[in-house]
Design a protein around this ligand. Structure first.
Ligand SMILES: Cc1cc2nc3c(=O)[nH]c(=O)nc-3n(C[C@H](O)[C@H](O)[C@H](O)COP(=O)(O)O)c2cc1C
Length: 353
């Protein structure tokens, strides 16, 4: 298949196989509401086959980084609907990445009254940026009580409902990078002795129930999942990621999801792409450090059906067109990745003829 050819993934229709990967850019306001420049940013990139949004919190507890957006109140839904309308007006498609950070948070980045919760009271080693105090240690999390877990799962369901109300075409479960579902999966962060911990069946239960909750809203054909087995990001550690993800994917495949989005990680103990192919061979999206040439090859060979690109989209809003026309790519400025305002965000122009 050609990288520019259209693709159907469950109920999602993509006009090409160049997907924009989810990227947190910290341009939401202090109330976790998307801002007007976010409308421009996503509109500029709407020629991607599919845009996967930056991580969006399903609840105030799910926020952890500064100026990141949520999708749990009417103002947020209204603001997201302006973004999806802009993308649709350009003929694009957009999925909301639902991201609950769990223990990867600092209270300075969270609204008053919210809490930092996790499977167990195990603090992540490391620091996180805050506007008020610069780099700060991660919070000491509070372990979720058994009766609170359905409440968190309901937040995934209601966030999905809100995402569809806001016009998103689908939702993606962020199930890697050390955030809440990954904290449940991993032996280093999950010390529970109830049915949400212990063996692989217990540790995968939360992620599978979150997927089921999301699928209950508009069907599994509008739900995807993002994974990166053995990813150590944010102090994540699992004794046997092969066993964990084999079981997770085997069960997730039964749900008939729209897609599996896999970040390759050659330094890890698992061949992530081979694992994804085993269970989601016909609806696999690959990511991490792909060039246009390599992406074209893995799509043409049938190993994956699409590739997502993060960094290339930052300074190249018209990435698809640049590749189609064999034009050079622009470099992005690291300094403005997470700063406020349009500079280094919507200021990158399309290629001038
Ligand atoms: C600025 C930035 C923010 C990111 N934020 C997220 C995020 O919110 N959710 C997520 O799943 N991945 C996030 N990522 C990871 C990217 O989706 C992607 O996996 C990574 O950039 C590797 O792909 P690439 O080599 O095409 O850039 C982020 C990456 C960057 C550079």
């Amino acid at each position: 298949m050609d990288i520019f050819s259209p693709l159907t993934l469950g109920a999602l229709t993509l006009r090409n196989r160049i997907i924009m990967a989810p990227m947190t850019r910290s341009r939401a306001d202090a109330d976790a509401v998307p801002t007007d420049i976010m409308v421009d940013y996503y509109r500029q990139r709407a020629s991607a086959g599919l845009i996967i949004s930056e991580g969006i919190a399903p609840s105030a507890d799910g926020l952890g980084y500064c100026r990141t957006p949520g999708i749990y109140n009417p103002r947020q839904i209204e603001a997201w609907s302006r973004i999806t309308s802009a993308v649709h007006a350009e003929g694009g498609s957009m999925v909301a990445q639902i991201m609950h950070v769990g223990r990867v948070a600092n209270a300075l980045n969270k609204p008053a009254g919210s809490e930092t919760v996790a499977p167990s009271a195990v603090r992540a080693r490391g620091e996180i940026y805050t506007d008020q105090g610069g780099m700060q240690a991660f919070d000491q999390p509070r372990a979720l009580q058994l009766e609170e877990i359905p409440v968190v799962l309901e937040q995934y369901r209601s966030a999905t409902e809100n995402a569809f109300a806001a016009g998103f075409d689908g939702v993606e479960l962020h199930c890697t990078s050390g955030y809440l579902p990954a904290q449940f999966l991993s032996t280093g962060s999950n010390k529970r002795d109830d049915e949400y911990g212990g063996d692989v069946v217990g540790r995968t239960r939360f992620a599978l129930e979150a997927l089921a909750a999301m699928a209950s809203v508009a069907g599994a054909e509008r739900v995807g999942m993002r994974i990166c087995p053995d990813n150590p990001f944010n102090d994540l550690q699992d004794d046997d990621p092969q066993e964990t993800f084999d079981y997770l994917l085997q069960r997730a495949a039964e749900l008939d999801l729209a897609y599996l989005h896999v970040i390759r990680y050659p330094r890890g103990r698992v061949d992530n792409l081979a694992l994804g192919q085993r269970y989601f061979g016909d609806r696999l999206i690959a990511n991490e450090s792909y060039s246009f040439t390599e992406a074209g090859e893995v799509i043409a060979s049938g190993q994956v059906c699409a590739v997502s690109f993060g960094r290339h989209f930052i300074a190249n809003p018209d990435l698809v067109e640049r590749w189609r026309q064999h034009r050079p790519l622009a470099d992005f400025n690291l300094e403005t990745l997470y700063t406020r305002g349009a500079e280094g965000y919507t200021s990158y122009p399309a290629h001038a003829d």
